[in-house]
Design a binder for this molecule. Structure first.
Ligand code: GAR
Length: 201
C-alpha cells in the first residue's frame, strides 16, 4: 500500500478527495502525513478530522528556500513516504527536494498545461478567451508546472463564466482526476520516454 504525503497551503478540497477515495476503497493508499506552509490552512482540519498526522512548516521567505525544503526532505524520509502530492501547495519546490524524490512528486494544476502555468490559471484562461480548459496532474520538475503530464481532463469554458464558476467546474474534475492519477503512479505500470508518461496497460 502506497504511503502518501500531501502538501497543502489552503482549503484542501483535493486532499479531501484523496481521503474520500481511500475511504471508499477506490484508492489503495495511506496518507501518512499532511504538511502545510500555512498554520491556518483549512485542509489541516480536514486531515485532523480523518486522523491523519499534520505538520506545519511555516514559510520563512525566499532566502530560506533551500533550507526550508531540506527540512521537508528529512520529515518526508522519516515518514517513509512513497509519493508526495502537491494539492494546492503554492510554493515552487527547490532542487534538493525534487532530487530526493525522483518521479515521486506530483502536482495538480487547474489548467490544461502547458497553457496557463503558475498562479491564477483559471483567470488566465478566461482572459485569453479559450473555449476549453481543465486540469492536469503532472510529475514535478524544477520548472513552473513543466513536468511530464500524467493525466488531463477537459471542461468547456462558457461565455458567461466568471473566475468562480470556471474554477468550480474545473475543481469537480480535479477531485476525480487526482485519485486516479495517484492510483496510476502507485501501480508503477508506466514509464517515462522523453517527457511522455506512457501507461503500460
Ligand atoms: C486547486 O484548484 C489546485 O489545482 C490549485 O489550487 C487549488 C487548491 O484547492 N493549484 C494550483 O493552482 C497550483 N499552481 P484545494 O486546496 O481545495 O485542493
Amino acid at each position: 500500500m502506497g504511503r502518501l504525503a500531501v502538501l497543502i497551503s489552503g482549503r484542501g478540497s483535493n486532499l479531501q478527495a484523496l481521503i474520500d477515495a481511500i475511504e471508499i476503497g477506490k484508492l489503495d493508499a495511506k496518507i501518512v502525513l499532511v504538511i502545510s506552509d500555512r498554520p491556518g490552512a483549512w485542509g489541516l482540519s480536514r486531515a485532523e478530522k480523518a486522523g491523519i498526522p499534520t505538520k506545519v512548516i511555516p514559510w520563512e521567505g525566499e532566502d530560506g528556500r533551500t533550507a526550508y525544503f531540506e527540512k521537508m526532505v528529512g520529515i518526508l524520509h522519516e515518514a517513509q513516504v512513497d509519493l508526495v502530492i502537491l494539492a494546492g501547495f503554492m510554493r515552487l519546490l527547490s532542487a534538493n527536494l525534487i532530487k530526493a524524490f525522483p518521479h515521486q512528486i506530483i502536482n495538480i494544476h487547474p489548467s490544461l498545461l502547458p497553457a496557463f502555468p503558475g498562479l491564477g490559471a483559471q483567470r488566465q484562461a478566461l482572459e485569453y478567451g479559450v473555449k476549453v480548459s481543465g486540469c492536469t496532474v503532472h510529475f514535478v520538475d524544477e520548472g513552473l508546472d513543466t513536468g511530464p503530464i500524467i493525466v488531463q481532463r477537459a471542461v468547456p469554458v462558457c461565455d458567461s463564466d466568471t473566475e468562480e464558476t470556471l474554477s468550480d467546474r474545473i475543481l469537480a474534475q480535479e477531485h476525480e482526476t487526482l485519485p486516479e492519477a495517484v492510483a496510476l503512479v502507485l501501480s508503477r505500470e508506466w514509464q517515462i520516454r522523453g517527457r511522455k508518461v506512457i501507461c503500460e496497460y
